[in-house]
Ligand binder design. Structure first.
Ligand code: NAP
Length: 497
């Protein structure tokens, strides 16, 4: 279905510019399938132009050479500009991927804080001095931090701007410049974001460039470009593995935020009301389309029946509907292919012996072809496909366990290690289990909370490196060690010293 559409251009060197080619990508509202925007299907020549602009902005005195306090002042203006446009950006996000306006409004309302936090870090960026012992200590040795240079960033469709800002805010604070390829499902918000950041936030031209287009063309050209200095990627483990190999070939660093299959573990002492809410939050919020999804629910066998009754009852009550309605609790899946993937995983689960406790189908009173009921599979064993592979939809796999040792073994028996939830009122148990779980983020008696100042990233196949917090800034800085000789003599030239 097509309605009035807005045609966007690429954003390169501080302005909207046409692509090299005429081919365009349609952007649909998943609620009813209407096409409301188009963006260029960019080319490798477009990527060259964007990298060239970012290189010039890095090399001349417009960004990396600003005093840190000057860069910080721009980032604070950027934060104010984002706040001004939070409602507009939230609507763009929802129109692209169907995530709830109630979630997108709070995400966009908080986005400026990433820039304010990293503006603060930028003001306090310091090196250190080293008491080097060569030459009897007659040396003055200091380490300074310098930006990597031009960053090539590739992002997914599920939280388009938030996941971009995880990279962009620290990269800019470090003094890097940025070329961004957003997901082809959600390319519009990045283009408008770049315009706001330059026109109202005061970013100099060339600092943040956006090239839309296919991953196999624009994404591939960007990560393999011989004039970028670092890759930042969020997306599937499959594509991340390939991008990591590409970056390895170019010998540049790559930070990778990848997939997950996170365990959400309920012990007998848990507050079951909170735990049920936490499980709903973990798997049905955002229609399960979150890397953090608590898609493996481990419940102790003593409380399993009671928990499943409550879980099904809560799932039955979830209001599905138009994501633009602030009352809606679950929107559609972002696009039909993902819907088909979700349904095929549910079928595989049942074929392999799981019980379809609730959901599994498209409700017949909703428009479009992307709605899927919140779905609960029980009698799941840890070696089943639905317990091991990332589904990326509203599908919970419920497994039972008899003791702490067993659940730790089961929870860690996964290729992924992004996050985990622990529900218990026994604090010693919570500490023990948090220590033993192989995951980059652990929540105790909560699920799916994040902050700009708390590092986030995966163990195992869930990624490499950390975003947010001090670690998020370090990812865009490299160290230079400078040695001054104070002894005044260079004697034995054939000796390391
Ligand atoms: P995806 O298929 O891996 O795509 C991610 C991005 O990579 C898109 O922009 C895509 O472009 C691009 N791409 C595809 N092939 C490429 C190639 N050969 N070279 C360079 N770029 C390429 O992931 P997705 O379906 O968009 O997102 C869902 C996945 O992201 C899930 O696995 C989820 O767990 C993960 N994720 C992880 C985190 C985290 O922080 N750990 C957060 C959110 C999501 P096109 O759109 O044009 O194909």
């Amino acid at each position: 279905m097509t309605t009035d559409t807005t045609a966007y251009d690429l954003f390169i060197d501080g302005e909207f510019v046409a692509s090299d080619e005429d081919e365009r990508i349609d952007v649909e509202y998943p609620y009813d399938g209407t096409t409301w925007a188009t963006v260029p299907s960019g080319t490798t020549a477009d990527v060259d132009r964007a990298v060239d602009a970012a290189r010039r902005a890095f090399a001349d005195e417009t960004w990396a050479e600003l005093l840190p306090s000057e860069r910080a002042a721009v980032l604070e203006d950027v934060a104010d500009a984002i706040d001004e446009h939070a409602d507009e950006l939230a609507e763009l996000e929802t129109r692209q991927n169907g995530k709830l306006i109630r979630e997108m409004s709070s995400q966009m309302g908080g986005l400026g804080e990433w820039f304010r936090y990293y503006a603060g870090q930028c003001r306090t960026l310091e090196g250190r001095t080293i008491p080097a012992e060569s030459k009897d200590g007659q040396l003055f040795t200091h380490v300074k931090k310098e930006p990597y240079g031009v960053v090539g960033a590739v992002t997914p469709w599920n939280s388009p701007l938030l996941l971009t800002v995880f990279k962009l805010a620290p990269a800019l604070a470090a003094g890097c410049t940025f070329v961004h390829k957003p997901s082809s499902y959600t390319p519009v918000s990045a283009l408008r974001f770049a315009e706001i950041l330059h026109e109202e936030g005061g970013l100099p031209a060339g600092v943040y460039n956006v090239v839309t287009g296919a991953g196999s063309v624009v994404g591939d050209a960007l990560v393999n470009h011989d004039d970028i200095d670092k890759v930042a990627f969020t997306g599937s483990t499959e594509v991340g593995r390939r991008i990591s190999a590409d970056a390895g070939e170019s010998l540049i660093p790559a930070s990778l935020e990848l997939g997950g299959k996170s365990p959400n573990i309920i012990f007998p002492s848990a507050d079951l009301d909170n735990a049920t809410n936490g499980v709903i939050k973990g798997i049905f919020a955002a229609t399960g389309q979150t890397c953090l999804a608590g898609s493996r629910v481990f419940v102790h066998e003593e409380i399993a029946d009671e928990f499943v009754d409550r879980f099904v009852e809560r799932a039955t009550d979830i209001d599905l509907g138009d994501p633009m309605d602030p009352e809606t609790e679950m929107g559609p899946v972002a696009f039909r292919d993902q819907w088909e993937t979700d349904v095929s995983y549910i079928e595989t689960g049942v074929e392999e012996g799981a019980t379809l406790e609730f959901g599994g189908d498209q409700p017949d009173d909703l428009p479009g072809e992307c709605f899927l009921q919140p779905t609960i599979l029980t009698d799941v064993e840890n070696d089943m496909t639905v317990a091991q592979e990332e589904i990326f939809g509203p599908v919970a796999s419920v497994l039972t366990f008899s003791d702490e040792a067993e659940v730790l073994e089961l929870a860690n028996d996964s290729q992924f290690g992004l996050a985990a939830g622990i529900w218990t009122e026994e604090m010693r148990q919570a500490h023990r289990v948090a220590d033993a779980l192989e995951a980059g983020t652990i929540w105790v008696n909560e699920y799916r909370t994040l902050s700009f100042n708390a590092p986030f990233g995966g163990y195992k196949d869930s990624g490499l490196g950390r975003e947010n917090g001090l670690e998020g800034l370090e990812a865009y800085l490299q160290e230079k060690t400078v040695w001054f000789d104070l002894s005044g003599t260079v004697d034995d030239p054939f000796k390391l010293g």
